[in-house]
Design a protein around this ligand. Structure first.
Ligand code: SAM
Ligand code: DTB
Ligand code: SF4
Length: 342
């Protein structure tokens, strides 16, 4: 089987079709998502990334969910940009823990020139350890994206966060269009795109559908799609918002899998509050990537050992980045790398 024969990857999704997917009986939806998942991936493999905040707090943006925004009093201490050696030490520890991709995040609107030089050094150093690199630094212009690519950056994370309609209730200091432009610069520079959003911010199902439509009608699809469940942080405007129904969250994962068959769908923020059983349903629905480690950027993540235990109980294994040119994983499923490059 070759990816070019797989005809389930589309970029012309209509709202009505997606509404119909959401209305399917839960069991039928999960069955369909599983079928799509197996055409593109080994269902026993999960890609593992880890996160490091390289510059924390005092962000000039007003994202209502974010503990790092200077607009909210969350008690977070501002930290300077980390030294390259500090980043390398964290990346080395992540590699030793079996992580494949190291994602570095900064609480910036966009990187300044001097900062970008230091960030370029970080990319070179982390890549030198044999890890895939990912950065999330806010908005990028074309030249900045090209500089990051030249330094060897593999992925750039920049989320759309929610639907265009709901967006203005969450963020006012940066537009949806700004985000789309950064994503275009990243793609045009030849960096792989990591783009997703947050659920459970008080949005309606129509907004969750709106977000998925935006993501799945990108051509090509984002290579990685982080689906975050809001981590409610004291002092942020979204503290106390009504929690999202867990099964609606699983439905979103399943619909994301069906709409973006060959992308890594990452179960991202919010896992700390999820039971093993809920996460298992997410894997069944087609999630095949997680953030590993005790901390996300500033918020807590799952405690050490709990993912190892869960993977062991479920018979899941970590996805190895597959060498270029190789088409098939051990189980016979097509590798995500091979899919993306064919
Ligand atoms: N400042 C950069 C930016 O916003 O592009 C990069 C870092 S920012 C923290 C990365 C992403 O984390 C956000 O786009 C958002 O989707 C997610 N995020 C932030 N706070 C969150 C929270 N409390 N719960 C869930 N996801 C969150
Ligand atoms: C993404 O979509 N989720 C990650 C990563 N990309 C950078 C960040 C989650 C942040 C959760 C809140 C915090 O740790 O501050
Ligand atoms: Fe700043 Fe990013 Fe947080 Fe928004 S999400 S406040 S841009 S760190």
């Amino acid at each position: 089987m070759n990816c070019s024969n797989v005809e389930d990857t589309r970029h012309d999704w209509r709202r009505r079709e997606v509404e119909e997917l959401f209305r399917l009986p839960f069991t039928e939806l999960l069955f369909r998502a599983q079928a799509v998942h197996r055409r593109h991936f080994d269902p026993a493999e999960v890609q593992v990334s880890s996160l490091l905040s390289i510059k924390t707090g005092s962000c000039p943006e007003d994202c209502a969910y974010c503990p790092q925004s200077a607009y909210h009093d969350t008690g977070l201490e501002e930290e300077r940009l980390l030294e390259v050696q500090e980043v390398v030490a964290a990346a080395r520890a992540a590699r030793e823990a079996g992580v494949g991709r190291f994602c570095m995040g900064a609480a910036w609107r966009s990187p300044g020139d001097a900062d970008l030089e230091q960030v370029e050094e970080m990319i070179r150093a982390v890549k030198g350890l044999g890890l895939e690199t990912c950065m999330t630094l806010g908005m990028l212009d074309r030249e900045q994206a090209e500089r990051l690519r030249a330094a060897g950056l593999d992925y750039y994370n920049h989320n759309l966060d929610t639907s265009p309609e709901f967006y203005g209730t969450v963020i006012t200091t940066r537009t949806y269009q700004d985000r789309l432009e950064t994503l275009r610069h990243v793609r045009e520079a030849g960096i792989k795109v990591c783009c997703g959003g947050i659920l459970g911010m008080g949005e309606e199902r129509r907004d969750r559908i709106g977000l998925l439509l935006q993501l799945a009608n990108m051509d090509p699809h984002p290579d990685s799609v982080p689906i975050n469940l809001l981590v409610q942080v004291e002092g942020t405007p979204l503290e106390g918002v009504e929690a999202l129904d867990s099964l609606e969250f699983v439905r979103c994962i399943a619909v994301a899998r069906i709409m973006m068959p060959a992308s890594l769908v990452r179960l991202s923020a919010g896992r700390e509050g999820m039971s093993d059983e809920l996460q298992t349903l997410c894997f069944l629905a087609g999630a095949n990537s997680v953030f590993y480690g005790e901390r996300l950027l500033t918020a807590p993540n799952r405690e050490t050992g709990s993912d190892e235990r869960l993977f062991e109980r479920l018979g899941l294994k970590r996805m190895e980045p597959v060498a270029e040119g190789s088409k098939v994983t051990r189980s016979g499923a097509i590798s995500y790398r091979a899919c993306r490059s064919s």
